[in-house]
Design a protein around this ligand. Structure first.
Ligand code: NAD
Length: 269
């Protein structure tokens, strides 16, 4: 899928991995619609990327279908009236970690509110954004157009985690949400094949973002011990390079790619 001249919708675009993908895609000639619940950071991120022909921010809580709908309506109008760049991809990168043991030392079970919160953001929020953008990508018109001999219309790049495969203690909810994202990849690719839309999921290990910046030194050192090479956390730009490759390489489809330097998370840190 050609990046230049296309518009990409990125949730969690105000920070971390989503923001790095936005920066990379803009530097390769795309327009980006940034969606995030953090209004201030989102506005600042869009402004830093360029004028409103290049990047625009919409305040969205991905657990709220109506805020996604309002953003998608806005994106359709923005493409039609301003960017004239049809959709090329969706990157649902908004996500949260909320650790909690299934049973703690005082024999208190995991509160379902914690579980629902993580599932709603990481899983439901991913599905809801993707499903609301897709009709505009799949239809001929200002927001959707086939590209090249394969008549490709776009790519969905979902974000799982190493926790989808080896979740640590306290990650029942997070691992469930990311495992579900990984599991959705193939059926979603199969559903979308007739529309010329591919689906690729990236499963990163520890990356330097605000999600991991709060880690104590002890946890960080312990995590480093679980690494092979390189002996460091990933950088958001390394995630963005893989996302770009997945967009550009038409043969990548229905697959979950680990991005982890061969690290395997231990049970506890
Ligand atoms: N950083 C890592 O080590 C790591 C590892 C594996 C997977 N991931 C995944 O990568 C994705 C991006 O995380 P990150 O590391 O860039 O973290 P981050 O905290 O830097 O960025 C996440 C963004 O999502 C936004 N967000 C959270 N809940 C939202 C909601 N309900 N609606 C809209 N926006 C919301 C936040 O405001 C934030 O801007 C997440 O899905 C995360 O689970 C991160």
């Amino acid at each position: 899928m050609k990046i230049e001249g296309r518009t990409f919708v990125i949730s969690g675009g105000a920070s971390g991995l989503g923001r790095a993908v936005a920066e990379d895609l803009v530097s390769h000639g795309a327009a980006v619609a940034l969606l995030d619940r953090n209004d201030e950071e989102g506005q600042a991120a869009a402004k830093a990327l360029g004028d409103d022909k290049v990047a625009k921010f919409w305040p969205v809580d991905v657990t709220d279908t109506d805020t996604i709908k309002a953003a998608v309506d806005g994106i359709v109008a923005w493409i039609t009236e301003t960017t004239h760049k049809p959709l090329g991809g969706i990157v649902p990168a908004a996500g949260v970690g909320f650790p909690g043991l299934i049973l703690d030392r005082k024999l208190k079970p995991l509160p379902m509110d914690n579980f629902d919160f993580v599932m709603n953001v990481n899983l439901r929020g991913t599905v809801d954004l993707v499903r609301q953008v897709l009709p505009h990508m799949a239809a001929d018109g200002p927001t959707g157009a086939p590209d090249g001999p394969d008549k490709e219309r776009g790519v969905v790049i979902m974000v799982a985690s190493a926790a989808a495969f080896e979740g640590q203690m306290g990650q029942v909810a997070y691992a469930a949400s990311k495992g579900a994202v990984a599991s959705m990849t193939l059926p979603m690719a199969r559903d979308l094949s007739k529309h010329g839309v591919r689906v690729v999921t990236i499963a990163p290990s520890m990356f330097e973002t605000s999600m991991t910046s709060a880690m104590t030194d002890k946890v960080r050192q312990s995590l480093l011990k679980s690494m092979e090479f390189p002996l460091r956390a990933g950088r958001p730009d390394e995630f963005a390079v893989l996302a770009r490759h997945a967009i550009e390489n038409t043969m990548l489809n229905g697959v979950v790619i680990r991005l982890d330097g061969a690290s395997r998370m231990p049970a506890r840190l």
